[in-house]
Design a protein around this ligand. Structure first.
Ligand SMILES: Nc1ncnc2c1ncn2[C@@H]1O[C@H](COP(=O)(O)OP(=O)(O)OP(=O)(O)O)[C@@H](O)[C@H]1O
Ligand SMILES: [Mg+2]
Ligand SMILES: [Zn+2]
Length: 790
């Protein structure tokens, strides 16, 4: 990927002048021969006093008021996606001070009519397409009808946003959730793209601003909820606005059989027919029925060009643990990831509050979230989570729909999720930026009993209940897997894969043993006690433990009494849990949850089938807490300084931190330590607009970190070792990219430099790791040798 051709310094306007200053070669590379210059971000109006609400048709006639403050207002989650046709729209507007100043000067950010790859770099700041994106972008940009199925977090949005910038005119995006639209418009605006949303329950001045921008043909992307299509005024308005393409996000909402059915999605087909422009539909739901329905409803049955991307999310680490002091397990997991954003899912509302309290007591910032909270409280939590770095939300499954925070670093389940689909959707909220994310799912016999009970006590017909039990079995099979979890997970979605190397089982292959005899003992004890008792009593029988109940029922006279003395109670618990997971035994709702054997157990009882269980799940050893950091120790102080700067900027602009820069980008900055805007532009995630808005500020932070007055250096001020420190720092800056300046950037922390300057060691090996010893060792040794004090 060529470097972004930035010649100027901060403050330069990205207008026609900037373009003309590009060298001829770059211009040739960027300009597609058949395209003129065009606006990427057209500029926007000064604002106005709010005017009384009016419906959309009224607004179309309204003149744009002058001087409106178009900042987003907080939203009620209750209105998400429930837009009424008469409701007014809302325009989300970027209002970073720098942008506002530029708006007032009436300047226009122009880029060239560019092809996909440079736009990806320039506007979105990404170095490469994710798997599958490029083919889809090409097809959409070529004006084909497209159906693209990609997993959650796979990067579908880009597949319509980028083509929208490659073509002239407007792309209208149908999207089901206000929160999604809001986030996307905000991110696009931040990247310098003219985008807006018409959504429900909004002020009319925002609407009139959208309509003005539409009439002036300034917008490149317009988001709207499907409900808006119910208004007769909408389609004519879109026709007048010169819509060139339609994108349908979450296209499975058109399926009547799916759980997300939104009747107004059915109107999209009519929109396509009336406008007769190409349509691209996106979803993460891959099953054949849904696909067929999308083709029928959105494309009138004409087969679009289809793309089916795999379901794998390789950056997400998968792990399950049997519950063993679950609160401690969650606290340890969270504490090891201090400072990183995470979600803990809980089975009950009450638990979200107690666990959030426990996390706070442990010094971790956590808030509870559940459906029983007041809407404005929930909204506050959502906003804080989007905005703050390293906040933990402890939530029921009510949390997550519409959360598009790309830098969630971990997701933990304090209780077993409902199904594999739910599990994958919930952990899929982690690591959407493609950087590593970790997960931990806890489960125990109580979860199994609860989930089975929910199915049995539900009102579904028997076939449906059987199917639900089978689905639960699949999840339990994943929890009790003895080989790579990802293989099991992807197989469930119909994909074959090789062992992943990124799950707890690949990390530590479990020791298994032939548990046929142990299982037979359990089954026998269950049968002989009449299939009416829970695990505790069954274990008492197996281990020959004399209790009142055993005595009362005469169970000490059973032939199975004491046949399992060879194993301790926790081991029997693990066997029973794994047998529950294999659905060999099941809590029976007719008998108050007493364990009953299933048909699957018969061959085991008869000795026709052998069964293998995990041994390690039976030992109670708790895994050591390993603290995960995002960068080497040397880069950590700079990374936190960069994060602090990002937090300040985000707060000033009232946007979430990742909208300024994602973690990944700050990490790269901390590691490569750019010194000029040119170098900064090479950092992945720094597009032209962000370079202009923030480049200098972050450069200052980076420069500050290596400046003489770093605290480590300050400690040496006025001492001879301070001089050596400076020369070491100089040597490390010179060699940062190796002798010839082409190698992977490496740096040495100021605190390490200080230790070296003070100790003047002969042997640097105790101060530098192998890579740094190799890079800096000789130069440092020379500086130490040349030091008069030494
Ligand atoms: N080529 C890329 N390089 C790096 N990051 C990318 C790239 N494409 C997309 N992303 C990032 O990946 C994240 C997920 O993208 P997006 O929201 O489009 O996913 P999605 O497929 O729509 O998922 P969902 O089904 O949950 O809506 C976003 O943070 C986005 O910025
Ligand atoms: Mg999406
Ligand atoms: Zn694996």
């Amino acid at each position: 990927m060529p470097a972004l051709p930035v010649h100027g310094t901060a403050g330069r306007e990205w207008n026609g002048h900037a373009l003309r200053s590009l060298d001829a070669d770059t211009r040739r590379r960027l300009v597609r021969d058949d395209r003129p210059y065009h606006h990427v971000m057209a500029d926007q109006l000064p604002g106005a006093e709010p005017a009384p609400a009016a419906d959309l048709a009224g607004l179309e006639r309204a003149q744009p008021p002058a001087g409106a403050d178009l900042r987003p207002r907080p939203l009620d989650p209750a209105e998400h996606g429930r837009a009424g046709p008469g409701a007014a729209g809302r325009l989300y507007r970027h209002h970073h001070p720098a942008t506002r100043a530029r708006q007032q000067r009436g300047l226009v950010l122009r880029l060239l009519g560019m092809s996909a790859a440079p736009l990806l770099r320039q506007v979105f700041g990404f170095d490469a397409f994710r798997p599958g994106q490029e083919e889809i972008v090409d097809a959409v940009a070529a004006g084909r009808d497209v159906l693209a199925i990609m997993p959650t977090g796979g990067g579908k949005s880009l597949c319509y946003q980028l083509p929208a910038l490659m073509r002239d005119g407007l792309t209208v995006v149908i999207s089901p959730l206000i929160a999604l639209m809001r986030d996307q418009v905000r991110a696009l605006t931040e990247a310098g793209v003219a985008a807006a949303a018409l959504t429900s329950g909004n002020s009319d001045e925002e609407n009139s601003e959208v309509l003005r921008a539409l009439n002036a043909r300034e917008l490149r992307l317009l988001y709207m909820a499907p409900e808006r299509l119910a208004s007769g005024a909408t389609i004519p308005m879109l026709r007048r606005a010169g819509v060139q393409a339609i994108a349908v996000d979450e296209a499975h909402c058109v399926s009547q059989w799916g759980h997300d059915f939104r009747p107004d999605y059915l109107r999209v087909g009519e929109l396509r027919r009336t406008l007769s422009v190409p349509l691209a539909a996106f979803t993460a739901t891959a099953d054949a029925e849904t696909r067929e329905e999308i083709v029928k409803r959105l494309f009138d049955g004409a087969q679009p060009q289809s793309f089916l991307r795999g379901f794998d999310r390789p950056n997400i680490h998968l792990a399950f643990q049997p519950k063993d002091g679950p609160r401690r397990q969650i606290l340890d997991f969270a504490a090891a990831r201090r400072g990183q954003s995470g979600i803990v899912y809980c089975g009950t509302r009450a638990k979200t509050e107690t666990l959030a309290g426990a996390l706070n007591e442990a010094g971790l910032a956590a808030v509870a979230y559940h459906g029983g909270m007041e809407p404005d409280q929930r909204r506050k939590v959502e906003a804080r989570f989007q905005r703050e770095d390293g906040l933990i939300v402890v939530a029921t499954v009510a949390f997550g729909m519409g959360i598009d925070k790309p830098d969630i670093r971990w997701v933990a389940h304090a209780d077993l999720p409902k199904s594999i689909e739910a599990y994958y959707q919930e952990i899929g909220r982690g690591g959407r930026d493609g950087a590593p994310a970790e997960t931990l799912t806890l489960y125990g016999p109580d979860d199994i009993r609860l989930r089975r009970g929910q199915i049995d006590e539900g009102l579904a017909p028997p076939e449906r209940k059987a199917a639900d039990h089978a689905r639960l079995n699949a999840l339990l099979g994943l929890a009790e897997a003895t080989a790579c979890r990802r293989v099991a997970l992807l197989r469930y979605f119909g994909e074959e894969a090789a062992a992943c190397g990124n799950c707890d089982i690949c990390d530590n292959p479990p020791e298994c043993f032939d548990a046929t005899e142990a299982a037979q003992k359990v089954l026998s004890a269950v049968l002989r006690t009449g299939q009416t008792y829970g695990a505790g009593h069954v274990i008492d029988v197996l281990t020959g433990t004399m209790t009142d109940r055993i005595r009362q029922r005469g169970h000490d006279r059973l032939p199975t009494f004491g046949v399992g003395r060879d194993m301790a109670k926790p081991q029997w618990q693990a066997v029973i849990r794994q047998m529950l997971g294999r659905d060999l035994i099941r809590p029976d709702p007719e008998r108050h949850g007493g364990l009953a054997i299933t048909a699957a157990a018969h061959p085991v009882l008869r000795g026709e089938e052998r069964i293998t269980l995990r041994r390690d799940a039976m030992t109670r050893a708790r895994p050591a807490v390993v603290v995960r950091t995002q960068v080497d120790e040397e880069d950590a102080p700079l990374l936190s300084a960069l994060k602090a700067k990002r937090r300040a900027l985000a707060e000033a602009a009232r946007v979430p931190a990742y909208v300024i820069f994602p973690d990944r980008t700050l990490i790269e900055m901390a590691q490569s330590r750019p010194r000029t805007l040119d170098e900064m532009a090479r950092v992945n995630g720094v597009g032209a607009k962000k370079l202009e808005s923030y480049g200098e500020e972050f450069l200052r932070v980076i420069a500050g970190e290596v400046a003489p007055m770093h605290p480590a250096r300050r400690a040496l001020a006025g001492r001879a070792s301070g001089d050596l420190f400076d020369r070491l720092a100089e040597a490390q800056a010179r060699l940062m990219r190796g002798e010839d300046g082409t190698e992977k950037p490496l740096s040495v922390s100021n605190s390490a430099l200080r230790r070296i300057a003070e100790d003047r060691p002969r042997d640097l090996a105790r101060y530098l790791d192998a890579a740094r010893l190799d890079r800096f060792g000789a130069a440092f040794a020379a500086e130490i040798a040349a030091d008069p004090e030494g």
